[in-house]
Design a binder for this molecule. Sequence first.
Ligand code: MRU
Length: 369
Amino acid sequence: MKVDGTPYRSLWWDKTQGALQIIDQRWLPHDFRIQQLDTLAEYCEAITGMHVRGAPLIGATAAYGMALAARLDPSDTALDQAWERLHATRPTAINLRWALDRCRAALLALPEAARADAALQLAHDIADEDVEINRSIGLHGFEIIKEIASRKPAGEPVRLLTHCNAGWIATVDWGTATSPMYHAHDAGIPIHVWVDETRPRNQGALTAWELGSHGIPHSYITDNAGGHLMQHGEVDMVIVGTDRTTRSGDVCNKIGTYLKALAAKDNGVPFYVALPSPTIDWTVSDGVAEIPIEERAVQEVSHVQGTLPEGGIGTVQVTPKGCPVGNPAFDVTPSRLVTGLITERGVCEASEAGLAALFPDLASPTGAA
Ligand code: MRU
């Protein structure tokens, strides 16, 4: 996607530097900064500290981290250690483990001398595949938006609601939940997006920045506004991303997603989840019981970051000093609340049968990937 007219991916390999470049998302939407990652410690901090974020992007970044590790020391021991360090960065998004497992398995099967080049190529492949997956999700989601548009008076926008940022900067490109929006807008179907602010880190501001850059009409709303808008017939469809979806179709995503799904169910609003296949955890069935939920720093809740009136970026405290704070970063929406999963292979029911029918090559009777 473009930033000020220049096409970008959210990460890219700089051949001259022999290093990965990322968009440092800590500063968006206020400032557009690029960071080069040179050490494994920097890769780990980039993921933990959310310089990069969003399940698919975390996976792709980790793959480049394994490539760095293989260049520095291609031994089995060093690769295992790199796997451990990268895996410990964030617990919820399964794309991290998916990418790390894929890299480790491919590299350990090779002689040590071949590992560095193979690892870098594999990271490129994972990044390119992510772009293709998201483009395809967009085409399938577009069909749903088109169908809703066909039932509306000509020119009336399809009103979508999204939570968090499942946009192009949360992936390598296109985004998952935003890809159908980009496709619909580019095809001339009028849409309007309600963008949940997504406290505590306000990832909605990232989504608003993306949509605004692309000329897509949108409104930034508080996290608590969605139910009210749905009750008043102001939402035609909810579409969100996911950090881990179980083989039974339970969807783990940014905290607050579950409440949106409940409100959608109560108001007969279709609730769709954009799901790339690397985000399916085939080993887990009960999302509420089995998915680890990341608990992040309390400062994310007690403070907010923004542009200061005198310029520059600053943080201010919103809670009383010393106020106890909790910060669970994700929640699980049970499959019964999900209208459909929009994957790169098509749309399916949020159920074991639905996913297995689309991905027979990935699903196994034991649930193992
Ligand atoms: O904590 P974050 O910002 O990494 O959480 C991101 C989300 O919850 C996204 O909705 C999800 O990763 C899907 S991104 C395509």
